[in-house]
Design a protein around this ligand. Structure first.
Ligand code: GLN
Length: 194
């Protein structure tokens, strides 16, 4: 299995470190050719307006959108989640439009630039997952056929799955807990079966 990690901007090194710890072969994705033969793709957090600009510059926009739309397991964390959305409440950047969600950027405001919370994700087992939010986007609307994996105490969903697609508004790669990465890797085997 080869997992591609978009490595044009943002905290890709932290995702790569977790994947290496799990013994997974990784490929840094900077150009369209880097997407060839990968079994899964991670779009890390960073700054979505910059990500979108660099995607266009390196001709990654269309190939990443079609890879995600055609069933390859794809996970967006934070700014990566913004990129996968079908709609934003802002007019910038233009998202890739792959997943049926509406996302509000920087939704938790200046007062709560960053925060952390222990959230239960039944798919990961009984133990709550320590979630870290940094200038995080909020999921404002969720389409049909989307599974909510976990929510904050006020009911805001923070992780969603739609078939091969996973989005998290927070940063699992900044913790020592590898359960989200392992959960995502399990998509690879199930998509091979289908
Ligand atoms: N605020 C950033 C954006 O709008 C996302 C922050 C992050 O990825 N940690 O793109």
């Amino acid at each position: 299995m080869i997992v591609g990690v978009v490595a044009v901007q943002g905290d890709f090194a932290e995702h790569i470190a977790v994947l290496k710890e799990l013994g997974v072969e990784i490929r840094e994705v900077r150009l369209p050719k880097d997407l060839e033969g990968i079994d899964a793709l991670i779009i890390p957090g960073g700054e979505s307006t910059t990500l979108r600009r660099l995607f266009d510059l390196y001709h990654l926009t269309e190939p990443i959108a079609s890879l995600a739309a055609s069933g390859t397991p794809t996970w967006g964390t934070c700014a990566g989640m913004i990129m996968l959305a079908s709609k934003l409440t802002d007019d910038r950047p233009e998202p890739l439009g792959v997943m049926d969600i509406t996302v509000a950027r920087n939704a938790y405001g200046r007062q709560t630039d960053s925060f952390e919370a222990d959230v239960e994700f039944p798919k990961l087992g009984k133990e709550p997952f320590h979630t870290i939010f940094i200038r995080a986007p909020a999921i404002a609307e969720v389409g049909t056929d989307i599974e909510v994996l976990g929510s904050l105490a006020d009911g805001t969903p923070v992780a969603l799955r739609q078939g091969n697609l996973l989005v998290t508004a927070f940063h699992p790669e900044l913790t020592k807990d590898t359960r989200f990465h392992r959960y995502f890797l399990s998509f690879v085997n199930s998509s091979n079966e289908g």
